[in-house]
Design a protein around this ligand. Structure first.
Ligand code: HDE
Length: 733
């Protein structure tokens, strides 16, 4: 993969030609071997800079994000200046006397402070809050007939870097806010980088990219006081979407459980736009990209999301990093929804260029063509997660964009934004952005140029260095397509239906999902000060569904207007996320309440069964320390003072546990209210009852002792994600 193209004299060489070779070589760095951790402390190597640096199998020092032996990363045993000068003291500035003023000549003080002063770069204008992981994409090979994209060829393995994000919040905002999530994947393919820059919702608020600044300005905090942070529950957002009804379908998704995912591993992803695939014969098909999480699609409940935003603002990024560290990678399958490439670019009456529309899976099957596995945490947040630059224009042969007017604007924006964010045009040389193939681009100089280009002919054509042809039949060719039209600022008439698919989404929800949507609308609109905006949004909902409108209106104490919802809309069951059978539980967390007198061997049995399925058991007690004696010991990982129910997918009280801390009933009641599995064995049931938990309620599992069968029953129940029967009468969920 590295030796395909012969280096030309004008090929870009990064750092020193003698030591480093072609750009991209050695990146991403080899993961360090290390012991798996149960707790969330950073690995020792990250905490202790002075620790001996781990070495690769070749004996080379591997540090940070680097091209093998990148000297710009931290290396060596001695603290130095940026010039490599050894320092004798970094704790005291140079002064005219111990009580005197600092001296201008203190080059170390000035360098240290100056660099610190410039450590920050502008955060992303949207999607500022994110977390990422490295991994691999393995193609099944069944897409070869529809696309010539090499990374989809049978058995091909492609390194990837995936960044998840919220949209509206600042870089330091909470993970669990109600928002759309970004799902951006950079494939380092053998044909150059391909970026699939998607979201966890398949539609968007606007149909034309020219309105993007408007929707984002409306959703971001108010310009006067800069509140509220990272949320849509405020006047300007609802003012915009109630006036701009093409947003209605996306608003339904945002107010649904999709707006508050349980974790990144339980989120679907969507390319949103329709793309065009081209095969080796030049035949085309239209396609919508889907990511299907192996762990199923699951969400938080709203109260839980709110508690998590305070108790653990890093809830999602911690979950992902801890899961990977514990050996539970995040897994998704890439799905293609293939649609015939007809001249009118519609399918079953759905305009495929309209990004506010989906194609229901019942009408066009999602064919799974490969698997994405995220199994390695970044080494350095800034170097990788912050500096990664995605772009919808990073395409490979076999994949083209369509004339979707939202997509067209994105083709401009992504490159443009990096110029400000990453300080100039050379951001593609940053290790995380560097393709894993030779680069020969004739792009020269500019701010932060790190390559030392050889040769004198960065131009075409040239008669000096052999002037190799630009492309053979492996190059990217934009498929010739006829284009004609009158120059207008307008949308096709087919974009005018703003409500039918919002109705489709609503009608496809289960009873519990509908209840959550009603609550979300009611919550958000009750935060809107202007009564006229509340009323206007109710008028929008009246055109989606009369029941939805009436229930939200009732919650707001307002009259429900009447509208004209589309009739005869056929629901799409694939849109509901309530599981019909237990799914995988890798990465899930089971809290076990215990105390010094508790049945520690029972906890160990539960732990063994959970770990066999990739789940984690965390012992909760009044105080920290260790429980049990001899070979069977359990470490208390959470004290009642330092945890909340949101940290657990199920809470179980161990037999023999005695706890008097008043925080325990709160924890158990919250878990019950959030429809989580509760359990107890032996006398543990008394603590459930003392907390006011109805032990006859659905999803409350009691056992005399913790044996394998009781552990399996408990874990299967966790596989159903929630006990929705508790929220909605049995059979209606
Ligand atoms: Fe983006 N979007 N976007 N977007 N977007 C950015 O690029 C933009 C849209 C998406 O983890 C920015 O590097 C415009 C749809 C993700 O780094 C910026 C329009 C979808 C990410 C930008 C859209 C997305 C971004 C900000 C309307 C789902 C995070 C920083 C025409 C398919 C990528 C950056 C990451 C980021 C512009 C609409 C997804 C400003 C103009 C639709 C996942 O370039």
């Amino acid at each position: 993969m590295w030796g395909r193209a012969e280096p030309s004299t004008h090929q870009r060489v990064l750092f020193e030609p003698s030591t480093l070779g072609r750009p991209g070589a050695g990146y991403p760095p080899t993961p360090f071997e290390g012991s798996r951790r149960r707790n969330a402390m950073p690995p020792k190597r990250q905490r202790d800079q002075a620790a001996p640096k781990p070495t690769s199998p070749t004996g080379k020092v591997e540090v940070g994000v680097s091209f093998g032996d990148d000297r710009r990363a931290q290396a060596g045993e001695h603290l130095t200046t940026a010039q490599g000068l050894r320092l004798s003291d970094t704790d005291h500035s140079l002064k005219a006397g111990a009580r005197g003023p600092s001296l201008l000549e203190d080059f170390h003080l000035r360098e240290k402070i100056t660099h610190f002063d410039h450590e920050r770069i502008p955060e992303r204008v949207v999607h500022a809050r994110g977390a990422a992981a490295h991994g691999t994409f393995r193609a099944y090979g069944n897409a070869e007939s529809v696309t010539k994209a090499g990374f989809l060829a049978k058995g091909r393995e492609t390194p990837v870097f995936t960044r998840f994000s919220t949209v509206l919040g600042s870089r330091g905002s909470a993970d669990t806010v109600r928002d759309v999530r970004g799902f951006a994947v950079k494939f380092y393919t053998e044909e150059g980088n391909f970026d699939l820059v998607g979201n966890n919702m398949p539609v968007f608020f606007i149909q034309d990219g020219i309105k993007f600044p408007d929707v984002i300005h409306a959703g971001k905090p108010h310009p006067d006081r800069e509140i509220p942070q990272a949320q849509t529950a405020h006047d300007t957002f609802w003012d915009f979407v109630s006036l701009h009804t093409e947003a209605t379908h996306h608003v339904l998704w945002a107010m649904s459980d999709r707006g508050i995912p349980r974790s990144y591993r339980t989120m679907e992803g969507f390319g949103v736009h329709t793309f065009r695939l081209v095969n080796t014969a030049g035949e085309t098909s239209l396609v919508k990209f889907h990511w299907k999480p192996v762990a199923g699609v699951h969400s938080l409940v709203w109260e839980e999301a709110q508690i998590a935003a305070g108790a653990d603002p890093d809830f999602h990024r911690r979950d992902m990093a801890d899961g990977i560290e514990a050996g539970a990678p995040l897994e998704y399958e890439l799905g293609l929804q293939l649609l015939p490439d007809t001249p009118d670019e519609t399918f079953e009456g759905i305009d495929l260029l309209d990004p506010t529309k989906i194609v229901p899976e019942e009408l066009a099957e999602v064919v799974l063509v490969g698997k994405l596995t995220l199994d390695r945490n970044p080494t350095n947040y800034f170097a990788e997660t912050e500096q990664v630059a995605f772009h919808t224009g990073h395409l490979v042969p076999g994949i083209e964009i369509t004339n979707d007017p939202l997509m067209q604007a994105r083709m401009f924006s992504y490159l443009d934004t990096q110029l400000t964010r990453l300080g100039g045009p050379n951001f593609t040389q940053l290790p995380i952005n560097c393709p894993h193939v030779p680069v020969n681009d004739n792009l020269r100089d500019g701010m932060h140029q790190t390559a030392i280009h050889q040769g004198v002919t960065p131009y075409k054509p040239n008669g000096i260095d052999g002037d190799r042809p630009i492309a053979d039949d492996t190059g990217y060719v934009h498929l010739p397509r006829p284009v004609e039209g009158v120059k207008v600022r307008a949308n096709p008439v087919s974009f005018d239906d703003h409500f039918t698919q919002a109705t489709l989404f609503w009608l496809s929800m289960s009873a519990v999902e509908k209840a959550h949507i009603v609550e979300a609308f009611t919550f958000e609109l009750s935060k809107v000060y202007e009564m006229a905006i509340r009323e206007r949004e109710l008028a929008v909902l009246a055109n989606v569904d009369g029941e939805l409108c009436a229930r939200v209106a009732a919650g707001l104490g307002l009259p429900a207007p009447t509208g004209k919802p589309a009739k005869g809309v056929v629901p799409s069951p694939a849109l509901s996320q309530v599981p019909v059978a237990p799914g995988p539980i890798a990465g899930r967390v089971i809290g076990v309440v215990a105390s010094p007198g508790a049945d520690v061997p029972g906890i160990a049995k539960l732990r063994k069964a959970a770990e066999a399925r990739g789940a984690v058991v965390r012992v909760i007690a009044e105080v920290g320390g260790q429980l049990g004696k001899g070979a069977t010991k359990e470490v208390v990982e959470r004290t009642l003072l330092a945890t909340r129910s949101v940290e657990f997918d199920a809470v179980v009280v161990a037999g023999g546990a005695t706890v008097t801390d008043p925080r325990l009933p709160v924890l158990l009641q919250e878990a019950f209210r959030h429809c989580k599995v509760l359990g107890a064995w032996g006398g543990g049931a008394d603590l459930l009852r003392a907390a006011g938990i109805d032990t006859d309620a659905p999803g409350v599992l009691l056992a005399d002792t913790m044996v394998k069968a009781s552990a399996i029953a408990l874990l299967d129940a966790v596989g159903l994600h929630r006990v929705w029967d508790r929220a909605v009468p049995a059979g209606e969920a």
